[in-house]
Write a protein that binds this ligand. Structure first.
Ligand code: GLU
Length: 288
């Protein structure tokens, strides 16, 4: 199967230095492999959405020279596929409705491990739906971070795949769409490293293939905290793309030609020097 990568931003703010690193890193891996690079807008969490940010992110990417090979997929248009995956899991008896409140969970350290709801069913309230976590260690090799493992029930527990409000979780939507879009390698920030075992478990339950994974180092702020779109931290400026793009490339350990004037020339020069095996080994880095 030929290589397909993707960048999958959530519209919770403008593109920032961290998300630009994920976009550039995934683009370089795709182009290096001679494959396709897709963009997916993960707009399935309306309460967290910042109006206008999906449009702004999608307008910023080409300004940085990052042009997708296919039309953007909006997760908000994919609900029927998530319904079908949910029904498949429900039909297989793998999910259960759950009325547990935050305070119910607080009594068990915040992790739901029973495989069934610990509260009483409450017909007055809609439940969340959780998938039962197996008592298994999920292992995978991250192509930058090395071998990873997580005891799913112990460390994560039964996790929500459909929220009380009816919204599907990131984990379910991501797994359904990575498979549907034929993604062969997921390149993203290492803040999502600990989501990957949940996603691998969902792939197994749904009979979907597991792509390769490469989690990039996280860009941290001056205090060593993860940059977050919602904090409006370190937004990159698409009207003056070269400095942000140079910083993103330098962060990935790629020294670029000073002569490039346009973002796409800079990316092409970066690609000539790019070798995914030589990506900066991960201890998290601070923003320059
Ligand atoms: N939408 C997620 C985010 O913006 C990234 C999802 C992914 O790459 O799997 O953090």
């Amino acid at each position: 199967m030929s290589y397909r990568g993707r960048f999958a931003p959530s519209p919770t703010g403008l593109l920032h230095a961290g998300s630009l690193v994920a976009a550039v890193g995934s683009w370089l891996c795709a182009r290096h492999a001679g494959g396709q690079w897709l963009v997916r807008m993960e707009d399935i969490d309306p309460p967290r959405e910042v109006p206008g940010s999906a449009t702004a992110i999608l307008a910023a990417l080409p300004a940085f020279g990052l042009v997708a090979d296919k039309p953007v997929v909006y997760q908000s248009s994919r609900i029927a596929a998530y319904d079908a995956a949910f029904e498949q899991l429900r039909g297989a008896g793998l999910v259960f409705p759950c009325w547990c409140s935050r305070s119910d969970l607080a009594t068990v350290g915040g992790i739901h491990r029973d495989g069934r709801c610990m509260a009483h069913p409450d017909p007055q309230r809609k439940p969340a739906w959780r998938i039962r976590a197996p008592d298994e260690t999920i292992r995978f090799i991250d192509e930058l971070q090395g071998p990873q493992q997580q005891r799913l029930r112990e460390n994560v527990g039964d996790f929500v795949i459909r929220r009380v409000e009816g919204f599907y979780s990131y984990q379910l939507a991501c797994v359904v769409d990575d498979a549907w879009q034929g993604i062969t390698q997921v390149v993203r920030g290492s803040d999502l490293l600990d989501s990957t075992p949940r996603q691998i478990w969902l792939q197994r339950c749904l009979g979907l293939p597991t792509p390769r994974y490469l989690h990039l180092p996280l860009v941290l702020d001056g205090e060593g905290r993860k940059l977050s779109k919602s904090e409006r931290s370190r937004e990159v400026d698409p009207s003056d793309p070269m400095p942000g793009l140079r910083r993103a490339l330098a962060f990935l350990g790629i020294i670029t030609a000073e002569t490039a004037i346009h973002p796409s020339d800079l990316l092409d020069a970066a690609l000539r020097h790019f070798d995914p095996r030589r990506l900066t080994q991960c201890s998290d880095h601070r923003a320059a």
